[in-house]
Design a protein around this ligand. Sequence first.
Ligand code: FES
Length: 141
Amino acid sequence: MNDKQAFIDFILDHYQNPRNRGALAEPDIVMKGGNPGCGDIVTMYLRLDGDERIAGVSFEGEGCTISQAAASIMTGKVLGKPLAEVSQLGAETVVDEMGRELVANRLRCATLALNTLKAAGKKYRAGQAARSAAEAQIEDF
Ligand code: FES
C-alpha cells in the first residue's frame, strides 16, 4: 500500500472488523496497557507454546480508531512469533504498516498495543505476568 486512501481503508477495516478481538481462553499472559493522555486501555491476551512462541493472541479495548485498529493489526503480526522477537519490534513496525502520514502525530495511540505486547513479554520473563484480566494491572505507555 502506498497511497493515503489505501492506508485509511486498511485502518478502518481493522477498526470495524477487528481480528482476534475478545478474551482468549486460558491465556498465559494478560497485560493491560493504558494511554494516560486519554485514558484508553488495550488488554492483550497471549498463549504461548513450549518455545515461548505466541500460539494464541487476542485483544479487548475501547478507544480511538487508531489504537483499536493497531491492536487488531498487531495480533496478526505477532501470532506465531517468539516472545523474544516481539520484544525487538520498534514503533516503525506499526507506523509503516498504518501509514506514517496518518499516525506520525498519534504515536501513542498507534503503539499502545505494541508496547503492551512488549511489556507482556517482559512481565512473563520476570515471572510476574497476570493470567486473568481481573488480576492484570494497567501499565501506562
Ligand atoms: Fe486514546 Fe488514541 S486517543 S489511545
